[in-house]
Design a protein around this ligand. Structure first.
Ligand code: F6P
Length: 345
């Protein structure tokens, strides 16, 4: 019997742990299921343009500790092209691909769900540092991003204390404030601002002043998508990507100036940006990514398609792809309330 040929791709913003999933899919796919694994380059651009990358057990040795993705990534959206989905389907067939493992977030898996709808055998793996994908308790990459942010907080605190300054720290999180919530709690933020709860500048200034009055340097943790009630979302420019997202960033800088004027305390801003997506994954993310990869390739072997590998509690299993896309998993207000008790300290 011919060996099953399985494609694998990584799409969207990269994220620590992608390589651990690839290793897991390749190792178990070949060693346990006797499959051939074919990489596709740069997210959906690979199947769209027929760009393949050879993968074998040797190629994936040791990559679990390496950030980024050996396959490359992009925000290419075939669904935005008139014949994009059909081209992907035709190129997969031309490459003799029997099934595809798509590793990505809301956008990448939205395309996977569309392909599943038109009859392509596809299994998803949830990835995003933002942790905003529905259908899974956690996405890999999130733990690494939070740890990087918390280390930054610990470092910024000492310099802020030395200079009696306020430091406003911007973390990623376009629609969901999970990174901000966790980093703010673990890093002892004076106030944490998330996209889900538009904030009042005067209230933030009052928390900053209250903290400074105790002799402590205020640290403000702000998600890039946090929204000032007065002005609305802060964007970098008017450009949008293939999935229709505007470029964010700039909220920390704006906030630092406004807080300095309101409180009279010298203020500085820091944007952590892509630092949060780079470098080696934490042990937690390596293990989670590995387990999700094993689950995905086992689903392919069992001919269970149109699903996504997911974490529920400590168990890894599958959910329908349609349950993962369409609605983002945002921070519930009761979780934000937990953090609010520390505001002003
Ligand atoms: O992957 C999601 C994300 O980390 C968002 O939080 C952020 O807005 C976006 O990526 C930025 O990605 P890029 O600059 O690579 O387009």
């Amino acid at each position: 019997m011919a060996r099953m040929r399985v494609g694998v791709l990584t799409g969207g913003g990269d994220c620590p742990g992608l390589n651990a999933v690839i290793r897991s899919v390749v190792r178990r796919g070949i060693a346990v299921h006797g499959m051939q694994i074919v990489g596709f380059a740069d997210g959906w651009r690979g199947p769209l343009e027929g760009l393949t990358v050879p993968l074998d057990e040797r190629r994936v040795q040791g990559i679990e500790s390496v950030g980024g993705t050996i396959l490359g990534s992009s925000r290419t959206n075939p669904a935005a092209l008139p014949d994009g989905i059909e081209r992907v389907r035709a190129n997969l067939a031309a490459a003799g691909i029997d099934a595809l493992v798509a590793i990505g977030g809301e956008d990448t898996l939205g395309v996977a769900a569309e392909l599943a709808r038109v009859g392509v055998d596809v299994v998803g793996v949830p990835k995003t540092i933002d942790n905003d994908l529905s259908g899974t308790d956690y996405t890999f990459g999130f733990d690494t991003a939070v740890n990087i942010a918390v280390e930054a907080f610990d470092r910024l605190r000492t310099t802020a204390e030395s200079h009696h300054r306020t430091l406003v720290v911007e973390v990623m999180g376009r629609h969901a404030g999970w990174i901000a919530l966790h980093a703010g709690l673990a890093g002892g933020a004076t106030v944490t601002l998330i996209p889900e709860a538009p904030f009042d500048l005067d209230e933030v200034a009052a928390w900053v002043s209250a903290c400074a009055a105790t002799g402590r340097a205020p640290l403000v943790c702000v998600a890039e998508g946090a929204v000032p009630q007065e002005t609305g979302l802060v964007t970098r420019d008017d450009s949008i990507d293939a999935f229709g997202h505007v470029k964010l960033s700039g909220i920390a800088d704006r906030l630092a100036g406004q807080l300095e004027r309101r409180t009279g305390i010298e203020s500085r801003s820091v944007v952590l940006g892509h630092l949060q997506r780079g470098g080696p994954p934490t042990a937690f993310d390596r293990v989670l990514a590995t387990r999700l990869g094993l689950c995905a390739i086992d689903s392919v072997a069992a001919a269970e398609f149109g699903v996504m590998a997911a974490l529920h509690g400590t168990e890894v299993g599958t959910v329908p792809l349609t349950a993962a896309v369409g609605t983002l998993k945002t921070v519930p207000m009761d979780r934000y309330e937990e953090a609010r008790v520390f505001f002003g300290t």
